[in-house]
Write a protein that binds this ligand. Structure first.
Ligand SMILES: Cc1cc2nc3c(=O)[nH]c(=O)nc-3n(C[C@H](O)[C@H](O)[C@H](O)COP(=O)(O)O)c2cc1C
Ligand code: SF4
Length: 684
């Protein structure tokens, strides 16, 4: 039986017949080779998405000019030498039943030519690239005409490579065509002038005609364009629908609508969970009303049921997913079979974008993404007894993957519920809950022996005598010992977590009025079985041992997520930290999104500030020579996470094969827990 029958019905873009209406967005991976060819890693990653059932794969940006790369390991269709490598990749994706097209572009102002070719980037006018910080050179009219021809050559090469279609990149007011198309960046005054419709569309129209002619009008062309640029000085919300008919006349076979302009953190392109689902749909719908070619839309369409709805409503013809297919390449097949609970959803955590600053692209919830070539998920012919200690995200992922591989798995958790740190992380930041739900659901479906409420010691391990032990016992949180830290209105991060989870120890309970500590003591053990982030959130609206004014000492991720949580519960929140930045463990993009939220919630943050002393009505802080008292009813010492390898060392010493994963080895959020788990299982 096919679920979501509209989404999974066929459609044609020109001569390209697609088995369904779900398209994979172009996503730069940086997985190409140094010579700008598709690598085995890239092909294996795309093959996994083809296998997952997506109708059309859009390969990331391919530059029309080998001397203008977009990122270091970009792809190119700039020379005949590129054709065989693309042919090989396309053939492998065709073998798996997917249609595939490249995203053809000239990076324009974002080109890295200054670094790799010792020549400037080029653009409509001299503009500063938000990505590499340099200024591009303005193209002359003769040069523009040459570049138009280069687009035609690249299109022909795409055709000779066997691609089913081609996507033209003219979106987000960046790269070359996007910049020409937008008055925000195009400051020319000649026939290509950005402030006139004829001027800013002139190059785009010429490129579309050139690409269609170069391919004998046989290769369908999809145009990626911003519906609305959402920027003062950019194109307004009605502009794209107004120019759409003439773009169709020039040869566009389908529109791929995104929105916004680009900046260093692609903040209007890759949007946080604070943004509405399908925020580009109105822009796409406006275009659909005035053209008779298919219109597809991208941007926070993360649930296939929502995708079905907007197609069924007639708002768009097709949908495009980016991050959801990084998180789960099998999303299309699972949705088609109605296995919605089996989908591993994207958390909009932005790790994928941020990871490119220090590593190559990877996904927090899918440790196999981009590692398809090195992590083996085949069932083992040597099943072993695996003991996983700790039921947090790393433990559940380790148990899940080990069980899928055919190992016999025991999962032991000392608390009364599974989820560990992810349960509380989901309570304070509800985006995480989708991953918690996914893991809990998958764990229950597999033949895993789950033992709750059991603290594991070396003795326990010896009794079970497994072949392999995977430890995911979490780190140790160390709270600062500031004078006054033992006052009654001061709590540590772990104390707050224990109280929210209903598991206070004697020391925690001593901080509460007698009726509250007695209540928690009675209810705590019973409530363990019923703990979910939603219930904790509900309960926290009724009761929390926290006054109206709260000062949190410690601005790492746990501290600022707690600040958001408390501010949403009408607390006036101050965060102080002696460090140099907020949440140093996360990347720029996610940090920016948190700062936006904290700002809207009215949280006051100060870093580079020392907390000298806690007193009954607040805390004394100093910044340089200034010393002030911050009034507060409750003080929370968030603390920092330290490794916790004692049990691991004991187990190792006793001669067992052991792997330590997640915070017990080093602080690393969900991404390190899942990768560590998959890596450990892979090495069994
Ligand atoms: C890692 C990453 C790389 C991206 N690279 C490109 C790109 O090369 N070209 C492009 O037009 N958009 C690019 N995008 C934007 C996506 O195509 C898409 O519009 C965006 O992720 C929003 O869709 P989503 O909410 O389904 O992820 C990229 C997005 C991500 C997450
Ligand atoms: S890293 Fe985070 S935002 Fe990116 S695809 Fe994975 S879950 Fe989504």
């Amino acid at each position: 039986m096919t679920f979501l029958s509209t989404l999974f019905s066929s459609i044609a873009i020109g001569s390209m017949e697609l088995k369904n209406r779900l398209v994979m967005a172009p996503m730069t991976t940086d997985y190409g080779t140094n010579d700008q060819f598709p690598s085995e890693r890239l092909i294996r990653y795309l093959e996994e998405r083809a296998r997952g059932g997506v109708g059309l794969i859009t390969v990331e940006v391919c530059s029309i000019d080998r001397t203008h790369r977009y990122v270091q390991h970009s792809l190119s269709l700039g020379d005949e030498v590129d054709i065989p490598a693309h042919q090989a990749m396309v053939a492998r994706l065709h073998d798996l039943g997917a249609k595939v097209q490249p995203q053809i572009t000239h990076p324009g102002p974002e080109s890295l030519a200054a670094f790799f070719e010792n020549k400037p980037a080029v653009g409509p006018s001299p503009v500063v690239s938000p990505v590499w910080g340099g200024v591009c050179r303005e193209l002359s009219i003769e040069e523009i005409e040459e570049v138009v021809k280069q687009y035609g050559h690249a299109a022909r090469r795409a055709q000779e490579s066997g691609y089913d279609g081609m996507e033209l990149h003219a979106v987000h007011s960046y790269n070359l065509l996007g910049s020409f198309l937008s008055p925000y960046r195009n400051k020319r005054t000649d026939e290509y002038a950005g402030n006139k419709v004829e001027g800013r569309t002139k190059m785009l129209l010429a490129v579309i005609r050139e690409m269609k002619e170069a391919t004998d009008h046989k290769l369908p062309l999809t145009l990626r364009i911003s519906g609305y640029e959402r920027m003062p000085g950019g194109r307004d919300s009605a502009d794209t629908a107004q120019i759409a008919p003439m773009l169709v006349e020039a040869g566009v076979d389908a529109f791929h609508v995104s929105g916004g302009v680009s900046d260093r953190l692609v903040s209007q392109v890759v949007m946080s969970s604070d943004t509405a689902n399908g925020f580009n749909v109105p822009g796409a719908e406006a275009i659909k009303q005035v053209v008779d070619v298919p219109v597809m839309v991208a941007g926070r369409i993360h649930d296939p049921r929502f995708a079905e709805k907007i197609i069924k409503n007639g708002q768009v013809d097709m949908v495009v997913m980016g991050r959801p297919l990084l998180a789960d390449p099998e999303l299309p097949n699972k949705a088609k079979q109605g296995r919605f609970n089996d989908i591993r959803h994207c958390l909009s955590c932005e790790n994928c974008i941020d990871s490119m600053q220090w590593d190559t692209l990877n996904c927090a919830v899918n440790p196999f993404m981009g590692r398809e070539h090195e992590i083996d998920l085949e069932r083992t012919d040597n099943p072993r007894q695996v003991l996983v200690i700790g039921g947090g995200p790393g433990g559940m992922e380790a148990a899940r993957v080990a069980s899928l591989k055919g190992h016999r798995v025991i999962l032991m958790e000392k608390g009364g519920y599974l989820g560990g740190s992810l349960t509380l992380a989901s309570t304070v930041h509800d985006d995480n809950e989708k991953f918690l739900d996914y893991l809990l659901d998958q764990i229950q479906k597999l033949p895993i022996d789950i033992r709750l409420g059991q603290e594991v010691t070396l003795q326990t391990v010896k009794q079970i005598n497994p072949d392999v032990v995977i430890l995911t016992v979490g780190g140790t949180v160390k709270a600062p010992t500031i004078p006054g830290h033992d006052l009654k209105h001061v709590f540590t991060g772990p104390q707050i977590r224990r109280m929210l989870a209903g598991t206070p120890n004697e020391n925690d309970a001593g901080k509460l009025p007698p009726w509250q500590s007695t209540g928690l003591k009675w209810l705590g053990p019973v409530s363990q079985r019923f703990i979910t982030p939603e219930r904790i959130r509900f309960a926290s609206r009724l009761w929390m041992p926290i006054g109206r004014r709260v000062a949190i000492v410690g601005a790492d991720l746990a501290g600022i997520e707690l600040a958001e949580f408390l501010a949403k519960r009408k607390r006036r929140v101050f965060v102080v930290d002696k460090g140099k930045k907020i949440a140093p463990e996360i990347g720029h993009k996610r940090r920016f999104e948190h700062m936006e939220r904290l700002d809207k919630l009215g949280v006051v943050i100060n870093i580079g500030v020392t907390c000298d002393e806690i007193v009954s009505d607040g805390l004394w802080i100093s910044a340089g020579t200034v010393r002030k008292k911050l009034p507060a009813d409750t003080i929370i010492l968030a603390g920092s996470v330290l490794p916790n390898m004692t049990l691991y060392d004991q187990i190792k010493e006793a001669g067992y094969e052991a792997h330590a994963v997640g915070d017990c080895r080093e602080l690393g959020l969900i991404v390190k827990a899942t990768y560590g788990a998959a890596h450990a299982v892979n090495n069994i």
